[in-house]
Design a protein around this ligand. Structure first.
Ligand code: ADP
Ligand code: MG
Length: 497
Protein backbone atom coordinates (compact mmCIF):
# COMPACT_ATOMS: atom_id res chain seq x y z
CA UNK A 1 0.00 0.00 0.00
CA UNK A 2 1.63 3.24 -1.10
CA UNK A 3 1.35 6.55 0.71
CA UNK A 4 -1.18 7.67 -1.84
CA UNK A 5 -3.60 4.77 -1.59
CA UNK A 6 -7.09 6.12 -1.25
CA UNK A 7 -9.39 3.99 0.84
CA UNK A 8 -13.02 4.43 1.61
CA UNK A 9 -14.23 2.61 4.70
CA UNK A 10 -17.51 0.85 4.02
CA UNK A 11 -19.76 -1.13 6.34
CA UNK A 12 -18.29 -4.38 5.00
CA UNK A 13 -14.64 -3.31 4.70
CA UNK A 14 -12.41 -1.04 2.69
CA UNK A 15 -12.90 0.06 -0.92
CA UNK A 16 -10.75 1.68 -3.56
CA UNK A 17 -11.64 3.67 -6.66
CA UNK A 18 -10.49 3.21 -10.24
CA UNK A 19 -10.95 5.85 -12.91
CA UNK A 20 -10.34 6.37 -16.61
CA UNK A 21 -11.11 9.67 -18.30
CA UNK A 22 -12.26 10.58 -21.78
CA UNK A 23 -11.35 14.21 -22.37
CA UNK A 24 -12.79 16.21 -25.25
CA UNK A 25 -10.44 19.01 -26.25
CA UNK A 26 -11.42 21.60 -28.82
CA UNK A 27 -8.64 21.94 -31.37
CA UNK A 28 -7.16 25.41 -31.83
CA UNK A 29 -7.99 26.15 -35.46
CA UNK A 30 -9.64 29.06 -37.27
CA UNK A 31 -11.72 26.68 -39.34
CA UNK A 32 -13.74 23.55 -38.59
CA UNK A 33 -12.68 19.95 -39.09
CA UNK A 34 -14.36 19.50 -42.47
CA UNK A 35 -15.40 23.03 -43.52
CA UNK A 36 -13.98 26.52 -43.78
CA UNK A 37 -16.49 28.06 -41.36
CA UNK A 38 -15.07 30.11 -38.48
CA UNK A 39 -14.80 28.80 -34.92
CA UNK A 40 -14.55 32.01 -32.85
CA UNK A 41 -16.19 31.85 -29.40
CA UNK A 42 -19.19 34.05 -28.65
CA UNK A 43 -20.31 34.79 -32.22
CA UNK A 44 -24.00 35.43 -32.93
CA UNK A 45 -25.95 32.13 -33.13
CA UNK A 46 -25.76 30.38 -36.50
CA UNK A 47 -23.38 32.98 -37.94
CA UNK A 48 -20.53 30.47 -38.38
CA UNK A 49 -22.26 27.67 -40.24
CA UNK A 50 -21.29 26.50 -43.71
CA UNK A 51 -23.52 24.36 -45.87
CA UNK A 52 -21.40 21.38 -44.81
CA UNK A 53 -21.98 22.10 -41.10
CA UNK A 54 -25.71 22.41 -41.71
CA UNK A 55 -25.60 19.09 -43.61
CA UNK A 56 -27.22 20.39 -46.76
CA UNK A 57 -27.76 17.61 -49.29
CA UNK A 58 -24.85 16.99 -51.61
CA UNK A 59 -22.28 18.76 -49.45
CA UNK A 60 -18.96 17.00 -49.00
CA UNK A 61 -16.54 17.24 -46.08
CA UNK A 62 -12.95 18.30 -46.82
CA UNK A 63 -10.34 17.56 -44.17
CA UNK A 64 -8.61 20.53 -42.54
CA UNK A 65 -4.88 19.79 -42.70
CA UNK A 66 -4.09 22.19 -39.87
CA UNK A 67 -6.32 20.23 -37.51
CA UNK A 68 -4.57 17.00 -38.48
CA UNK A 69 -1.25 18.67 -37.71
CA UNK A 70 -2.59 19.76 -34.31
CA UNK A 71 -3.65 16.20 -33.50
CA UNK A 72 -0.23 14.85 -34.48
CA UNK A 73 1.47 17.54 -32.41
CA UNK A 74 -0.67 16.58 -29.43
CA UNK A 75 0.08 12.91 -29.91
CA UNK A 76 3.80 13.63 -29.94
CA UNK A 77 3.42 15.81 -26.83
CA UNK A 78 1.76 12.86 -25.06
CA UNK A 79 4.66 10.56 -25.98
CA UNK A 80 2.20 8.61 -28.06
CA UNK A 81 2.28 6.41 -31.12
CA UNK A 82 1.31 8.31 -34.28
CA UNK A 83 -0.70 6.15 -36.65
CA UNK A 84 0.22 7.11 -40.19
CA UNK A 85 -2.93 5.40 -41.39
CA UNK A 86 -6.23 6.28 -39.76
CA UNK A 87 -9.83 6.41 -40.84
CA UNK A 88 -13.00 8.40 -40.26
CA UNK A 89 -16.20 6.59 -39.37
CA UNK A 90 -19.79 7.66 -39.07
CA UNK A 91 -21.31 7.38 -35.62
CA UNK A 92 -25.03 7.38 -36.28
CA UNK A 93 -27.58 8.83 -33.93
CA UNK A 94 -30.40 11.34 -34.00
CA UNK A 95 -30.34 14.60 -32.11
CA UNK A 96 -31.83 17.98 -33.05
CA UNK A 97 -28.43 19.67 -32.87
CA UNK A 98 -26.81 17.06 -35.11
CA UNK A 99 -28.08 17.92 -38.61
CA UNK A 100 -26.14 15.15 -40.39
CA UNK A 101 -27.76 12.45 -38.28
CA UNK A 102 -24.27 11.16 -37.61
CA UNK A 103 -21.03 12.40 -36.14
CA UNK A 104 -17.83 11.90 -38.10
CA UNK A 105 -15.37 10.33 -35.69
CA UNK A 106 -12.56 7.80 -35.64
CA UNK A 107 -13.61 4.51 -34.13
CA UNK A 108 -11.41 1.58 -35.05
CA UNK A 109 -8.40 3.41 -36.41
CA UNK A 110 -7.55 6.56 -34.42
CA UNK A 111 -4.83 8.95 -35.57
CA UNK A 112 -2.94 8.56 -32.29
CA UNK A 113 -2.42 5.37 -30.29
CA UNK A 114 -0.82 4.59 -26.94
CA UNK A 115 1.06 7.16 -24.93
CA UNK A 116 1.47 8.36 -21.36
CA UNK A 117 1.48 11.45 -19.19
CA UNK A 118 3.41 12.07 -16.01
CA UNK A 119 1.31 14.02 -13.51
CA UNK A 120 1.97 15.65 -10.14
CA UNK A 121 -0.10 15.39 -6.99
CA UNK A 122 -0.48 18.40 -4.69
CA UNK A 123 2.39 17.15 -2.50
CA UNK A 124 4.70 17.10 -5.54
CA UNK A 125 4.79 13.31 -5.89
CA UNK A 126 4.34 11.94 -9.40
CA UNK A 127 2.21 9.30 -11.05
CA UNK A 128 1.89 8.12 -14.63
CA UNK A 129 -1.35 7.72 -16.54
CA UNK A 130 -1.44 5.63 -19.69
CA UNK A 131 -3.14 7.06 -22.74
CA UNK A 132 -5.14 4.58 -24.76
CA UNK A 133 -5.76 6.70 -27.84
CA UNK A 134 -6.50 10.13 -29.26
CA UNK A 135 -8.92 10.50 -32.13
CA UNK A 136 -10.41 13.36 -34.11
CA UNK A 137 -14.12 13.99 -34.29
CA UNK A 138 -16.68 16.72 -34.92
CA UNK A 139 -18.51 18.60 -32.23
CA UNK A 140 -22.30 18.87 -32.42
CA UNK A 141 -24.41 22.04 -32.32
CA UNK A 142 -26.12 23.31 -29.22
CA UNK A 143 -29.77 23.06 -28.25
CA UNK A 144 -31.02 26.03 -26.27
CA UNK A 145 -33.97 25.22 -24.06
CA UNK A 146 -34.31 28.34 -21.97
CA UNK A 147 -35.02 31.02 -24.59
CA UNK A 148 -38.66 30.14 -25.03
CA UNK A 149 -41.10 28.21 -22.84
CA UNK A 150 -42.39 25.98 -25.61
CA UNK A 151 -39.64 25.84 -28.24
CA UNK A 152 -36.08 24.67 -28.42
CA UNK A 153 -33.60 26.71 -30.40
CA UNK A 154 -30.57 25.30 -32.15
CA UNK A 155 -27.23 27.06 -32.60
CA UNK A 156 -25.01 25.30 -35.13
CA UNK A 157 -21.90 27.42 -34.60
CA UNK A 158 -20.18 24.52 -32.87
CA UNK A 159 -21.42 22.00 -35.39
CA UNK A 160 -18.35 20.57 -37.11
CA UNK A 161 -15.79 22.16 -34.80
CA UNK A 162 -12.79 19.84 -34.44
CA UNK A 163 -12.38 17.95 -31.18
CA UNK A 164 -9.67 15.62 -29.99
CA UNK A 165 -10.96 12.88 -27.74
CA UNK A 166 -8.16 11.74 -25.47
CA UNK A 167 -8.90 8.46 -23.71
CA UNK A 168 -6.89 7.48 -20.64
CA UNK A 169 -6.30 4.01 -19.26
CA UNK A 170 -8.01 3.30 -15.94
CA UNK A 171 -4.85 4.28 -14.05
CA UNK A 172 -6.33 7.06 -11.92
CA UNK A 173 -6.91 6.18 -8.28
CA UNK A 174 -8.07 9.23 -6.32
CA UNK A 175 -10.25 12.30 -6.92
CA UNK A 176 -7.13 14.43 -6.54
CA UNK A 177 -5.31 12.40 -9.19
CA UNK A 178 -8.23 12.81 -11.59
CA UNK A 179 -8.09 16.58 -11.40
CA UNK A 180 -4.27 16.55 -11.46
CA UNK A 181 -4.43 14.47 -14.64
CA UNK A 182 -6.82 16.86 -16.38
CA UNK A 183 -4.78 19.79 -15.17
CA UNK A 184 -1.53 18.32 -16.53
CA UNK A 185 -3.18 17.37 -19.80
CA UNK A 186 -4.49 20.93 -20.12
CA UNK A 187 -1.04 22.35 -19.43
CA UNK A 188 0.51 20.18 -22.14
CA UNK A 189 -2.20 21.15 -24.65
CA UNK A 190 -1.68 24.83 -23.88
CA UNK A 191 2.08 24.56 -24.26
CA UNK A 192 1.55 22.87 -27.59
CA UNK A 193 -1.00 25.48 -28.63
CA UNK A 194 -3.41 22.74 -29.70
CA UNK A 195 -6.26 23.48 -27.25
CA UNK A 196 -7.07 26.63 -25.29
CA UNK A 197 -8.13 24.52 -22.31
CA UNK A 198 -10.75 26.96 -21.04
CA UNK A 199 -13.26 24.68 -19.34
CA UNK A 200 -15.78 27.47 -18.84
CA UNK A 201 -15.93 28.00 -22.58
CA UNK A 202 -16.31 24.29 -23.16
CA UNK A 203 -12.90 23.97 -24.77
CA UNK A 204 -12.13 21.06 -22.46
CA UNK A 205 -14.66 18.64 -20.98
CA UNK A 206 -14.17 15.34 -19.23
CA UNK A 207 -16.22 12.15 -19.17
CA UNK A 208 -15.22 10.46 -15.94
CA UNK A 209 -15.48 6.66 -15.69
CA UNK A 210 -15.63 5.48 -12.09
CA UNK A 211 -15.68 2.01 -10.57
CA UNK A 212 -14.96 0.70 -7.08
CA UNK A 213 -13.16 -2.46 -6.01
CA UNK A 214 -11.63 -4.15 -3.00
CA UNK A 215 -7.98 -3.49 -2.08
CA UNK A 216 -5.64 -5.63 -4.17
CA UNK A 217 -7.94 -5.94 -7.17
CA UNK A 218 -6.42 -3.03 -9.09
CA UNK A 219 -2.93 -4.52 -8.74
CA UNK A 220 -4.24 -7.79 -10.20
CA UNK A 221 -5.70 -5.82 -13.10
CA UNK A 222 -2.36 -4.10 -13.71
CA UNK A 223 -0.51 -7.41 -13.63
CA UNK A 224 -2.81 -9.24 -16.01
CA UNK A 225 -4.61 -6.52 -17.97
CA UNK A 226 -7.80 -8.38 -17.16
CA UNK A 227 -10.64 -5.90 -16.58
CA UNK A 228 -12.71 -8.51 -14.75
CA UNK A 229 -10.66 -7.74 -11.62
CA UNK A 230 -12.24 -4.27 -11.61
CA UNK A 231 -15.76 -3.24 -10.72
CA UNK A 232 -18.42 -2.19 -13.19
CA UNK A 233 -17.93 1.42 -14.20
CA UNK A 234 -20.33 4.30 -14.57
CA UNK A 235 -19.50 7.16 -16.89
CA UNK A 236 -20.19 10.69 -15.69
CA UNK A 237 -20.61 12.82 -18.79
CA UNK A 238 -19.31 16.27 -19.60
CA UNK A 239 -17.89 17.44 -16.31
CA UNK A 240 -16.58 20.93 -16.89
CA UNK A 241 -14.44 22.00 -13.95
CA UNK A 242 -11.65 20.42 -11.91
CA UNK A 243 -13.60 20.91 -8.71
CA UNK A 244 -16.69 19.25 -10.18
CA UNK A 245 -14.55 16.31 -11.30
CA UNK A 246 -13.43 15.72 -7.72
CA UNK A 247 -16.93 16.21 -6.30
CA UNK A 248 -18.56 13.97 -8.87
CA UNK A 249 -16.08 11.14 -8.18
CA UNK A 250 -16.49 11.37 -4.42
CA UNK A 251 -20.24 11.20 -4.70
CA UNK A 252 -20.25 8.48 -7.32
CA UNK A 253 -17.83 6.20 -5.44
CA UNK A 254 -19.94 6.38 -2.27
CA UNK A 255 -23.10 5.75 -4.26
CA UNK A 256 -21.63 2.61 -5.81
CA UNK A 257 -20.27 1.34 -2.49
CA UNK A 258 -23.66 1.77 -0.83
CA UNK A 259 -25.38 -0.18 -3.57
CA UNK A 260 -22.91 -3.07 -3.44
CA UNK A 261 -22.90 -3.21 0.33
CA UNK A 262 -26.69 -3.42 0.35
CA UNK A 263 -26.44 -6.45 -1.90
CA UNK A 264 -27.12 -4.70 -5.20
CA UNK A 265 -25.06 -4.58 -8.37
CA UNK A 266 -23.79 -1.63 -10.38
CA UNK A 267 -25.44 -1.09 -13.74
CA UNK A 268 -23.05 0.17 -16.35
CA UNK A 269 -24.67 3.46 -17.19
CA UNK A 270 -24.12 7.03 -18.25
CA UNK A 271 -24.72 9.59 -15.52
CA UNK A 272 -24.83 13.36 -15.23
CA UNK A 273 -23.32 15.42 -12.43
CA UNK A 274 -25.52 18.16 -11.05
CA UNK A 275 -23.19 20.86 -9.74
CA UNK A 276 -25.98 22.50 -7.72
CA UNK A 277 -26.78 19.44 -5.64
CA UNK A 278 -23.45 17.62 -5.91
CA UNK A 279 -25.09 14.34 -6.96
CA UNK A 280 -24.89 12.22 -10.11
CA UNK A 281 -28.07 10.91 -11.67
CA UNK A 282 -28.74 8.38 -14.37
CA UNK A 283 -28.95 9.60 -17.96
CA UNK A 284 -29.19 6.25 -19.70
CA UNK A 285 -28.45 2.64 -18.85
CA UNK A 286 -26.43 0.19 -20.92
CA UNK A 287 -29.67 -1.26 -22.34
CA UNK A 288 -30.68 2.17 -23.54
CA UNK A 289 -27.20 2.79 -24.98
CA UNK A 290 -27.18 3.71 -28.62
CA UNK A 291 -26.24 1.30 -31.30
CA UNK A 292 -24.23 3.76 -33.30
CA UNK A 293 -23.91 1.54 -36.37
CA UNK A 294 -20.38 2.74 -37.05
CA UNK A 295 -19.16 2.41 -40.62
CA UNK A 296 -16.36 4.05 -42.63
CA UNK A 297 -17.44 7.45 -43.92
CA UNK A 298 -17.74 6.97 -47.69
CA UNK A 299 -17.20 10.71 -48.27
CA UNK A 300 -13.68 10.62 -46.85
CA UNK A 301 -10.58 8.73 -47.86
CA UNK A 302 -8.48 7.15 -45.13
CA UNK A 303 -6.02 9.63 -43.67
CA UNK A 304 -2.47 8.80 -44.68
CA UNK A 305 0.40 10.74 -43.13
CA UNK A 306 3.88 10.91 -44.58
CA UNK A 307 6.61 10.05 -42.12
CA UNK A 308 8.66 13.11 -43.20
CA UNK A 309 5.77 15.37 -42.34
CA UNK A 310 5.33 13.78 -38.91
CA UNK A 311 9.09 13.99 -38.28
CA UNK A 312 9.03 17.66 -39.18
CA UNK A 313 6.30 18.30 -36.60
CA UNK A 314 8.31 16.38 -34.02
CA UNK A 315 11.42 18.47 -34.69
CA UNK A 316 9.46 21.69 -34.26
CA UNK A 317 7.70 20.68 -31.07
CA UNK A 318 7.94 23.44 -28.42
CA UNK A 319 9.50 22.86 -25.03
CA UNK A 320 6.97 21.01 -22.85
CA UNK A 321 6.18 21.60 -19.17
CA UNK A 322 8.30 18.71 -17.81
CA UNK A 323 11.29 19.80 -19.89
CA UNK A 324 10.85 23.36 -18.76
CA UNK A 325 10.68 22.32 -15.12
CA UNK A 326 13.89 20.31 -15.52
CA UNK A 327 15.62 23.24 -17.20
CA UNK A 328 14.51 25.65 -14.47
CA UNK A 329 16.11 23.27 -11.98
CA UNK A 330 19.30 22.35 -13.82
CA UNK A 331 20.15 25.63 -15.57
CA UNK A 332 18.67 28.10 -13.12
CA UNK A 333 19.13 26.29 -9.84
CA UNK A 334 15.49 26.53 -8.77
CA UNK A 335 14.04 24.10 -6.28
CA UNK A 336 11.83 21.37 -7.70
CA UNK A 337 8.83 22.95 -6.06
CA UNK A 338 9.43 26.45 -7.44
CA UNK A 339 10.30 25.11 -10.89
CA UNK A 340 7.14 23.02 -10.87
CA UNK A 341 4.87 25.89 -9.89
CA UNK A 342 6.35 28.13 -12.58
CA UNK A 343 6.31 25.50 -15.34
CA UNK A 344 2.76 24.38 -14.57
CA UNK A 345 1.34 27.32 -16.48
CA UNK A 346 2.69 28.56 -19.78
CA UNK A 347 1.86 32.20 -19.12
CA UNK A 348 3.52 32.08 -15.70
CA UNK A 349 6.57 30.37 -17.15
CA UNK A 350 6.84 32.99 -19.90
CA UNK A 351 6.49 35.79 -17.36
CA UNK A 352 9.15 34.28 -15.13
CA UNK A 353 11.57 33.78 -18.00
CA UNK A 354 11.31 37.45 -18.94
CA UNK A 355 11.95 38.47 -15.32
CA UNK A 356 14.90 36.09 -15.02
CA UNK A 357 16.50 36.92 -18.37
CA UNK A 358 20.03 38.12 -17.61
CA UNK A 359 19.27 38.31 -13.86
CA UNK A 360 19.53 36.18 -10.75
CA UNK A 361 17.04 33.35 -11.45
CA UNK A 362 16.53 32.40 -7.80
CA UNK A 363 15.79 35.95 -6.78
CA UNK A 364 13.51 36.27 -9.80
CA UNK A 365 11.71 33.06 -8.85
CA UNK A 366 11.22 34.25 -5.26
CA UNK A 367 9.72 37.48 -6.44
CA UNK A 368 7.44 35.89 -9.00
CA UNK A 369 6.36 32.97 -6.79
CA UNK A 370 5.96 34.87 -3.54
CA UNK A 371 5.38 38.60 -3.99
CA UNK A 372 3.71 38.61 -7.38
CA UNK A 373 1.61 35.43 -7.18
CA UNK A 374 0.68 36.26 -3.60
CA UNK A 375 -0.54 39.67 -4.62
CA UNK A 376 -2.34 38.40 -7.72
CA UNK A 377 -4.11 35.70 -5.68
CA UNK A 378 -5.18 38.27 -3.13
CA UNK A 379 -6.78 40.35 -5.86
CA UNK A 380 -8.14 37.35 -7.73
CA UNK A 381 -6.15 38.22 -10.84
CA UNK A 382 -4.45 35.97 -13.37
CA UNK A 383 -0.87 36.46 -14.51
CA UNK A 384 -1.96 38.01 -17.80
CA UNK A 385 -3.85 40.70 -15.86
CA UNK A 386 -0.87 41.61 -13.71
CA UNK A 387 -0.54 45.40 -13.30
CA UNK A 388 3.22 44.88 -12.89
CA UNK A 389 4.77 43.70 -16.14
CA UNK A 390 7.55 41.12 -16.35
CA UNK A 391 9.84 43.83 -17.65
CA UNK A 392 9.16 46.05 -14.62
CA UNK A 393 9.59 43.22 -12.15
CA UNK A 394 12.81 42.17 -13.87
CA UNK A 395 14.23 45.66 -13.47
CA UNK A 396 13.23 45.65 -9.81
CA UNK A 397 14.98 42.33 -9.27
CA UNK A 398 18.11 43.76 -10.89
CA UNK A 399 18.05 46.72 -8.49
CA UNK A 400 17.91 44.37 -5.50
CA UNK A 401 20.66 42.18 -6.86
CA UNK A 402 23.13 45.00 -7.47
CA UNK A 403 22.49 46.44 -4.01
CA UNK A 404 20.77 49.63 -5.18
CA UNK A 405 17.81 48.88 -2.95
CA UNK A 406 17.18 46.48 -0.09
CA UNK A 407 14.62 43.70 -0.33
CA UNK A 408 12.46 45.62 2.11
CA UNK A 409 12.46 48.82 0.07
CA UNK A 410 11.84 46.68 -3.03
CA UNK A 411 8.50 45.70 -1.54
CA UNK A 412 7.56 49.37 -1.33
CA UNK A 413 8.68 49.92 -4.93
CA UNK A 414 6.64 46.89 -5.94
CA UNK A 415 3.56 48.46 -4.34
CA UNK A 416 4.19 51.68 -6.26
CA UNK A 417 4.61 49.72 -9.51
CA UNK A 418 1.40 47.86 -8.75
CA UNK A 419 -0.75 50.93 -8.12
CA UNK A 420 0.96 53.68 -10.13
CA UNK A 421 3.21 51.94 -12.65
CA UNK A 422 6.48 53.50 -13.76
CA UNK A 423 10.11 52.60 -14.14
CA UNK A 424 11.68 51.00 -11.03
CA UNK A 425 15.01 52.85 -11.30
CA UNK A 426 13.21 56.15 -11.79
CA UNK A 427 10.96 55.53 -8.78
CA UNK A 428 14.00 54.74 -6.63
CA UNK A 429 15.74 57.89 -7.87
CA UNK A 430 12.76 60.23 -7.53
CA UNK A 431 11.82 59.08 -4.07
CA UNK A 432 15.34 58.78 -2.73
CA UNK A 433 15.01 55.09 -1.91
CA UNK A 434 18.58 54.09 -2.68
CA UNK A 435 20.14 51.85 -0.11
CA UNK A 436 22.76 53.52 2.06
CA UNK A 437 25.92 51.43 1.94
CA UNK A 438 28.07 54.34 3.03
CA UNK A 439 29.36 52.91 6.32
CA UNK A 440 30.23 56.38 7.61
CA UNK A 441 26.58 57.46 7.49
CA UNK A 442 25.44 54.26 9.15
CA UNK A 443 28.11 54.53 11.81
CA UNK A 444 27.03 58.05 12.68
CA UNK A 445 23.47 56.89 13.29
CA UNK A 446 24.66 53.93 15.37
CA UNK A 447 27.00 56.05 17.49
CA UNK A 448 24.18 58.40 18.31
CA UNK A 449 21.86 55.54 19.23
CA UNK A 450 24.44 53.97 21.54
CA UNK A 451 25.12 57.31 23.20
CA UNK A 452 21.41 57.82 23.84
CA UNK A 453 20.78 54.29 25.07
CA UNK A 454 23.78 53.25 27.15
CA UNK A 455 21.86 50.67 29.24
CA UNK A 456 20.48 48.91 26.20
CA UNK A 457 23.93 48.89 24.66
CA UNK A 458 25.49 47.33 27.75
CA UNK A 459 22.85 44.63 27.80
CA UNK A 460 23.75 43.35 24.35
CA UNK A 461 26.96 41.71 25.58
CA UNK A 462 24.95 39.44 27.93
CA UNK A 463 21.99 38.96 25.65
CA UNK A 464 23.21 39.19 22.04
CA UNK A 465 19.66 38.73 20.79
CA UNK A 466 18.72 42.18 22.04
CA UNK A 467 20.91 43.62 19.26
CA UNK A 468 17.84 43.25 17.09
CA UNK A 469 16.38 46.27 18.80
CA UNK A 470 19.30 48.39 17.54
CA UNK A 471 18.94 47.01 14.01
CA UNK A 472 15.31 48.08 14.05
CA UNK A 473 16.17 51.53 15.36
CA UNK A 474 18.87 52.11 12.73
CA UNK A 475 16.49 51.05 9.97
CA UNK A 476 13.80 53.31 11.36
CA UNK A 477 16.17 56.25 11.57
CA UNK A 478 17.33 55.64 8.01
CA UNK A 479 13.84 54.96 6.60
CA UNK A 480 14.72 51.36 5.85
CA UNK A 481 17.40 52.37 3.41
CA UNK A 482 20.43 51.21 5.35
CA UNK A 483 22.15 48.14 3.96
CA UNK A 484 21.14 45.49 6.51
CA UNK A 485 24.43 43.62 6.23
CA UNK A 486 26.45 46.76 6.89
CA UNK A 487 24.22 47.65 9.85
CA UNK A 488 24.72 44.24 11.41
CA UNK A 489 28.46 44.28 10.95
CA UNK A 490 28.93 47.72 12.46
CA UNK A 491 26.62 46.97 15.38
CA UNK A 492 28.50 43.77 16.17
CA UNK A 493 31.79 45.59 16.12
CA UNK A 494 30.57 48.37 18.37
CA UNK A 495 28.47 46.37 20.82
CA UNK A 496 30.12 42.97 21.09
CA UNK A 497 33.83 43.48 20.56
P1 ADP B 1 -16.30 2.71 -24.26
O1 ADP B 1 -15.76 2.59 -25.63
O2 ADP B 1 -17.51 1.91 -23.98
O3 ADP B 1 -16.44 4.13 -23.82
P2 ADP B 1 -13.66 2.14 -23.27
O4 ADP B 1 -13.08 0.80 -23.12
O5 ADP B 1 -13.21 2.99 -24.37
O6 ADP B 1 -15.22 2.01 -23.30
O7 ADP B 1 -13.40 2.91 -21.91
C1 ADP B 1 -13.77 4.22 -21.74
C2 ADP B 1 -13.05 4.73 -20.52
O8 ADP B 1 -13.42 4.02 -19.37
C3 ADP B 1 -11.54 4.66 -20.60
O9 ADP B 1 -11.02 5.89 -20.15
C4 ADP B 1 -11.19 3.55 -19.66
O10 ADP B 1 -9.95 3.77 -19.05
C5 ADP B 1 -12.28 3.64 -18.64
N1 ADP B 1 -12.58 2.38 -17.96
C6 ADP B 1 -12.73 1.16 -18.52
N2 ADP B 1 -13.02 0.26 -17.57
C7 ADP B 1 -13.05 0.89 -16.38
C8 ADP B 1 -13.33 0.49 -15.03
N3 ADP B 1 -13.62 -0.76 -14.71
N4 ADP B 1 -13.29 1.44 -14.07
C9 ADP B 1 -13.00 2.72 -14.37
N5 ADP B 1 -12.75 3.14 -15.61
C10 ADP B 1 -12.78 2.26 -16.62
MG1 MG C 1 -15.48 5.71 -25.12
Amino acid sequence: MSDHTYRIAGATGDWEIVMGLEVHAQVVSNAKLFSGAATAFGAAPNSQVSLVDAAMPGMLPVINQHVVEQAVKTGLGLNAQINNWSRFDRKNYFYPDLPQGYQISQFQYPIVGEGEIECERDDGSRFTVGIERLHLEQDAGKSIHDLDPSHTYVDLNRSGVALMEIVSRPHIRTPEEASAYVSKLRTILRYLGTCGGDMEKGQLRADVNVSVCRPGQYEKFRETGDFSHLGTRCEIKNVNSLRFIRQAIEFEAKRQIDIIEEGGTIDQETRLFDANTGVTRSMRSKEEAHDYRYFPDPDLLPLELQQDWVDQIRVNLPELPDQKRERFMSDMGLSEYDAGVLAADKDRADYFETVAEGRDPKLASNWVNNELFGRLNKEGLGITDSPVSADQLGKLVALIKDGTISGKIAKDVFEILWSEGGDPAQIVEDRGLKQVTDTGAIEAVIDELIANNPDQAAQVKDKPKTMGWFVGQVMKAMQGKANPQAVNEILKKKLLD
